[in-house]
Write a protein that binds this ligand. Structure first.
Ligand code: NAP
Length: 336
């Protein structure tokens, strides 16, 4: 299938003008949405710059949430499933193959409301932008929500985690807990049964939110112990997790559960602080897009989880990344 703009080996390999700070397309964010928009704009010879972010913690690193995901069984084309980090490495290489310039820095400020948009990474925010762009594609994704309870800040990385794939190995033979009742929580719990002796699945209601197939798998796994109608109120331990303070959400009765580790999997929050005051957002902070991937500012497009709290799948993020790239091409053609 031919693309809207054709390519050949010569322009794929054309030398990027690294001396100039102006780019036709700058993509902020490196999950499946950003990398797919890079593949498409790269193949359209738009020489995108992708600002991929930089690692700041185990749960915040370039590549987005799939870097924290184990087997992905529902991304078409991988009959036997694929590891999240492996899928992201493949997408990143594919984007580079088509001329994407990848910068391992964080965007710290943007000025979107002008024909030429400004993006800051390392420059002082009151100085000139590091890059300017005709089109900006935003794909900054979403991140794990936390409970906001005592012990969380102190014990993250010391028995408290938001990433079973990253940290599950450390809990071999241990008794641990997962908090949440959605697909993420059940997926984490199931993955952790590979290592742990037991996994208490603590949920604030008496019914999981997760899809039926995940519920069936969790119920039939003898290592998973459902703990219903229960909220965690404190994670206890000085230098490592020792126990959880719990409250029964129906009776109000308090209890203590000794535990070797706890994983929090209660959902996500969009990474949109950078765009406050410039781009329209819904009450939860997700960017509002439409038609297609357009935001309220011309030449600024958004794709992936940063603008989607309904589907939030790798494949839908990738699909909207493709849409953003095509919307970028059309917008550029209309504004030549
Ligand atoms: P989610 O569906 O929003 O579920 C969040 C869970 O955490 C809910 O059960 C919620 O309880 C609970 N929760 C939220 N805040 C809480 C708090 N403060 N204290 C205690 N519990 C709290 O989020 P998700 O599981 O991350 O899934 C997000 C989306 O990604 C979903 O559409 C899901 O289907 C999808 N997903 C798919 C897969 C897969 O297909 N393999 C894997 C992961 C995620 P309530 O139920 O009481 O609200």
């Amino acid at each position: 299938m031919p693309d809207a703009v054709g390519i050949n080996d010569e322009n794929i390999n054309s030398t990027l003008n690294l001396n100039s700070n102006h780019r036709i397309v700058v993509i902020i964010g490196s999950g499946p949405a950003g990398l797919t928009s890079a593949i498409y704009t790269g193949r359209a010879n738009l020489k995108p710059l992708l600002i991929e972010g930089e690692p700041s913690s185990t749960s915040d690193q370039p590549g987005g949430q799939l870097m924290l995901t184990s087997d992905i069984e529902n991304f078409p084309g991988f009959k036997d499933g694929i590891d999240g980090p492996e899928l992201m490495a493949q997408m990143r290489s594919q984007a580079e193959r088509f001329g994407t310039e990848i910068l391992t820095e964080k965007a710290t400020k943007v000025d979107l409301d002008a024909p030429v948009k400004g993006i800051w990474t390392t420059n002082p925010q009151d100085g000139p932008p590091n890059f300017t762009a005709d089109v900006v594609i935003i794909s900054t994704g979403a991140q794990s929500l936390m409970l906001g309870i005592p012990g969380e800040d102190r014990l993250i990385g010391h028995g408290l985690s938001t990433c079973a794939t990253c940290d599950g190995f450390f809990f071999r033979g241990k008794d641990i807990a997962v908090v949440g009742g959605g697909d993420s929580a059940l997926e984490e719990a199931l993955f952790l049964t590979r290592f742990a002796n037991s996994v208490r699945l603590i949920h604030r209601r008496d019914q999981w939110r997760a899809s039926p197939i995940m519920q069936d798998r969790a119920r039939s796994n003898e290592k998973i112990i459902p703990v219903w109608n229960t909220q965690v109120t404190e994670i206890v331990g000085e230098t490592s997790v020792k126990s959880l303070k719990l409250v029964d959400t129906v009776t109000g009765q308090e209890s203590i559960q000794e535990i070797d580790g706890v994983f929090i999997a209660i959902g996500h929050s969009p990474n949109t602080d950078l765009f406050k005051g410039q781009l329209k957002m819904d009450d939860a902070g997700y960017l509002i897009t439409g038609p297609g991937t357009t935001t309220n500012i011309e030449g600024v497009l958004a794709c992936g989880d940063v603008q989607d709290q309904i589907y939030r799948q790798a494949i839908t993020a990738a699909g909207s990344g493709c849409m953003a790239a095509l919307d970028a091409q059309r917008w550029l053609e209309a504004h030549e």
